[in-house]
Design a protein around this ligand. Structure first.
Ligand SMILES: CC(=O)Nc1cnc2ccccc2c1
Length: 446
């Protein structure tokens, strides 16, 4: 029956007399601007993607966690000029509380770690797959929500944690058939910037702001970047040195500039040596221009990129050793990454790696006449209790209709409940791929 403005309610088929109701305007059946529905075909792809997120997390011994989509706005009010802050989906609730739809998962994770405090034994290896939100004023048609996979390691100060996280993402890419010639990781450390800023005795407090400005270096003209840096108090000479450091393309060159006593060089050398032991060196490259756009990163930062250069960053992450203490928690080291559900799908499409995901049902069961509807229900229960999927035909339908549905849902077998067979405790079984038909005793159905 066509779904329509069935004002009278009840069975759409039989037009029951519609009681007098207000004139029902047809509601807008599209989802809110910037959001998506997931009809079955799209939901199958999403479930497949999330299954792979979860499988990799399991392979790495991570435990799943989740948090409310709605958080106190205070969790996200960082003052470093981040885009994620400018686009915060925040509002005042009916209790006059300032709240926000989470734009990312890391602050919630930090909140939960602090809440659980001493009862947690470190290190923690937690992962989450959650919907995140943003509110863009000029609705450039960009999405206002996406799903993000996060993996975080809490309580490990060494760069072994970052190497492990990147290893997890490499494992994920490999599972999907993506290779090191399709994507790579640009890796750097914010300690590079830190060491330069210290040389010019620029106060630590500016560190976050400077990183956020630098992160826009490929989106804004250089003059604009310099202006913004000057406006937060970075002097001309320091700016030159910063920009020079960001163009370094090798660790040896970095060492020449920064010397070999700083943490930045030590961390990066250690990371590259561990990556070699993990066996994914061909996926990784040092790139001093990588800073990432979140203010709380303090050390190694990385992002996955497509070597074709057509797509935005696939994923990104890094070390955030100060986040928990800024929330009033202990000084616990942490690192993690976020992996969005949009760019990866574009990449898979481009590489012809999208999986063919059809609906699969093992059995379609139907009664050959209305009096056997109950018998068909009994057969359905027997098969389901054996762990077999059953699409039970719920109304009496002509066989032509049943065959059409059987092929649409990709059923393997058609189970026909007919009078003469039922009298003998049997049902008709038709293997739809071969057309082979036989009568089987009910208790021999497997
Ligand atoms: C490509 C894409 O959908 N990006 C996207 C979409 N929604 C978001 C929502 C919150 C934060 C980041 C987001 C990023």
């Amino acid at each position: 029956a066509a779904i329509g403005n069935n004002a009278g309610g009840g069975r759409a088929g039989a037009l029951s007399p519609a009681p007098v109701t207000e004139d029902l305007q047809k509601i807008d059946v599209n989802p809110p601007k910037g959001t998506r529905d997931f009809p079955p075909e799209d939901m199958r792809l999403r479930s497949w993607l999330f299954f792979n997120f979860r499988e990799v997390s399991r392979l790495f011994g991570f435990e799943e966690v989740d948090f409310p989509v709605l958080e106190s706005e205070a969790l996200f009010v960082r003052k470093a000029g981040e885009e994620i802050r400018d686009q915060l989906y925040c509002f005042e609730d009916r209790g006059n509380r300032r709240v926000a739809l989470r734009p990312e998962l890391t602050p919630s994770l930090a909140r939960l770690v602090i809440q659980k405090g001493k009862s947690l034994s470190l290190p923690l290896k937690w992962f989450a797959v959650g919907q995140c939100w943003r509110y863009e004023r000029m609705t450039r048609g960009r999405r206002r929500e996406h799903y993000q996979w996060n993996m975080d390691i809490i309580g490990v100060p060494e760069v072994m944690a970052e190497a492990e996280l990147i290893s997890a993402i490499v494992t994920f890419f490999k599972r999907l058939g993506i290779t090191a010639s399709d994507v790579g990781f640009k890796v750097s450390s914010r300690k590079v910037l830190q060491e330069v800023l210290r040389r010019y005795s620029i106060p630590e407090a500016l560190f976050g702001k400077v990183c956020i400005i630098i992160d826009k270096i490929e989106k804004l003209p250089l003059a604009e970047i310099k202006k913004e840096l000057e406006s937060v108090g970075v002097l001309e000479e320091a700016i030159e040195q910063l920009l020079q450091v960001l163009s370094i393309k090798s660790l040896t060159e970095l060492e020449e500039i920064l010397g070999d006593s700083g943490e930045a060089v030590a961390d990066l050398k250690q990371l590259f040596s561990l990556v070699d032991k993990f066996g994914y060196s061909e996926w990784i490259q040092f790139d001093a221009s990588i800073v990432r756009g979140l203010a709380y990163y303090t050390g190694i930062v990385f992002e996955g990129f497509d070597r074709g250069g057509k797509l935005r960053a696939i994923c990104g992450g890094g070390r955030y050793d100060r986040l928990l203490s800024t929330f009033g928690g202990d000084d616990i080291p942490a690192c993690g990454f976020g992996f969005g559900d949009a760019v990866i799908i574009e990449l898979l499409k481009e590489k012809g790696l999208l999986p063919e995901l059809g609906l699969q049902v093992e059995n379609i069961v139907c009664a050959l006449d209305p009096g056997l509807q109950g018998a068909a229900a009994t057969v359905a229960t027997i098969l389901r209790e054996k762990g077999q999927s059953v699409d039970l035909v719920l109304e009496s339908k002509p066989l032509k209709w049943v065959f059409k549905r059987a092929s649409r849902i990709n059923a393997s077998r058609l189970i026909l409940v007919g009078d003469s067979e039922w009298q003998k405790g049997m049902v008709g079984v038709k293997i739809l791929s071969t057309g082979e038909q036989q009568e089987i005793k009910l208790d021999e159905l497997d």
